[in-house]
Ligand binder design. Structure first.
Ligand code: SAJ
Length: 428
């Protein structure tokens, strides 16, 4: 069976590679010639565990090719998987990339072909927008071609592992489409849940919104704990010992392309009901957290009688979450840009990405903290959990840590004479 995967981004590339590794003949399509050339040379341009070696293997076996020619790829394919971006601007989803992909598919749509949309989309996009656009080819969905929404669920940093292990929701526009899509996805995922396309679209939105609202609650608790001499991480861990409680963890902000975007599709659906404020308020709380970090930096410096404009600040982490090189919607961007605006000298280091958001990039932790008045941890990379405080203490100008992710144990910092300011750490 031949599969075309449209768009070789952080979802499309791992998807193409994993389907190829299960024996499908896959063509990945992208407009970016650099990506296409890299894939055909067996090179991986995304930092993702196990992806590079698997990509090399499937390309050398001839199971995966890449092309910029969407028409040939879709003409030859039995299945087309669409993994194009569906960005949000001013709270409204932009389906232009999806529309363009579907228009290309329509020109070569043929009998028995299955089209699967994996991109995150608002309810009714599959049954109304995509189905009617494709039916303009003259072919009828559910009898001559098949259409389903199978939302992607992979988290950056765990893409390959999750593609073969995470349960998938398979929603066809009708029972035949669901059945066809189930047959294909059964080859990669051990656990499939059939439903209709609109439910599948809704499921994706409510999963990510659940996580966003839960994190916002944790962030609110952190702000509260900061006032009452409680360590919020300890409190949440203890609350989570209750069998029916699962509070997530607070931090310097919620980044990435998913949680920052998907809740807006739910908000738009319910915009005429005041209760939707639950979701929009959660977004606001999470968007506030980088500014809270800046407040902590200012407070920690004021305690030392130092202005931000006079300070050297070392930022550890620019990626949006630990263990990945992805910088999309990273809270670090706001933290760095605001500190620069306030006149601080800012250096950054991230072991996964060279992005510095306008600050001076450094090559290691030691280089970053040299002469620093303040070390700010924005990303919970595993490397930052093993900081060498005795060495760092000898390099800094002032011993202050602002920990946005609780990667440092406060008592470990105290041992070396540091002042510790953390999210939700109300103890002095
Ligand atoms: N974060 C917290 N506290 C937490 C957990 C996360 O502040 O307790 C922050 C992270 O630091 C990060 C942000 O939230 O900045 C998002 O990270 P994440 O790990 O929650 O999620 P993503 O965006 O990497 O991936 C999510 C996943 N969705 C769910 O877990 C419900 C993933 O399975 C989806 O495939 C992905 O969105 C997507 O593409 O939609």
């Amino acid at each position: 069976m031949k599969i075309a995967v449209l768009s070789l981004g952080r979802v499309g590339l791992p998807t193409a590679v994993v389907f190829a590794s299960k024996g499908f003949d896959v063509v990945g399509v992208d407009i970016d010639e650099y990506k296409v050339r890299a894939v055909n040379e067996g090179k991986c341009y995304i930092k993702e565990p196990k992806l590079g070696s698997l990509l090399k293997e499937v390309v050398s076996k001839g199971k995966l090719k890449a092309s910029t020619d969407v028409h040939i790829a879709t003409y030859e394919a039995d299945v087309v998987i669409v993994a194009v971006p569906t960005p949000i601007s001013s709270g409204v989803v932009n389906l232009d990339y999806l529309k363009k992909a579907l228009e290309s598919i329509r020109t070569t749509l043929h009998d028995g072909e299955l089209i699967v949309i994996e991109s995150t989309i608002p309810p009714y996009t599959t049954t109304r927008f995509a189905a009617s656009l494709l039916e303009r080819s003259g072919l009828k969905v559910e009898s001559e071609f098949y259409l389903a929404h199978v939302p992607e669920r992979i988290a950056p940093g765990r893409a390959v592992e999750e593609l073969s292990s995470i349960p998938r929701v398979v929603g066809g526009v009708g029972p035949k489409s669901t059945k066809k899509a189930m047959e294909v996805y059964a080859k990669v995922s051990p656990n499939l849940h059939p439903t209709d396309a609109t439910t599948a679209e809704f499921v994706k939105l409510i999963e990510n919104t659940f996580r966003d609202v839960n994190i916002a609650y944790a962030n609110l608790l952190a702000l509260c704990a900061g006032r009452i001499e409680v360590d919020v991480y300890e409190a949440i861990k203890l609350a989570n010992t209750h069998p029916r409680v699962n509070i997530h963890f607070p931090g310097a902000g919620v980044g990435g392309p998913c949680l920052t975007k998907d809740p807006y599709m739910l908000i738009e659906l319910m915009s005429d009901f005041w209760g939707v404020g639950l979701i929009s308020m959660a977004r606001k709380i999470n968007e506030y957290m980088p500014y809270y970090i800046i407040n902590l930096v200012e407070k920690s410096l004021q305690d030392e009688k130092l202005e931000v404009a006079e300070a050297n600040i070392a930022i550890l982490g620019t990626a949006y979450k630990g263990g990945v090189d992805d910088i999309r919607e990273s809270p670090a961007e706001t933290v760095i840009k605001e500190l620069l605006k306030k006149g601080a000298q800012v250096k950054t280091y991230d072991p996964y990405t060279s992005e510095s958001f306008g600050a001076v990039p450094a090559h290691c932790v030691e280089d970053t903290v040299k002469q620093a008045d303040n070390i700010v941890i924005v990303t919970d990379h595993p490397e930052f959990r093993k900081l060498n405080f005795s060495r760092i203490a000898s390099l800094v100008r002032r011993k202050i840590i602002v920990d946005g992710r609780r990667v440092v144990e406060p008592y470990e910092a105290y041992k070396y004479g540091f002042k510790y300011y953390g999210i939700g750490y109300g103890r002095a």
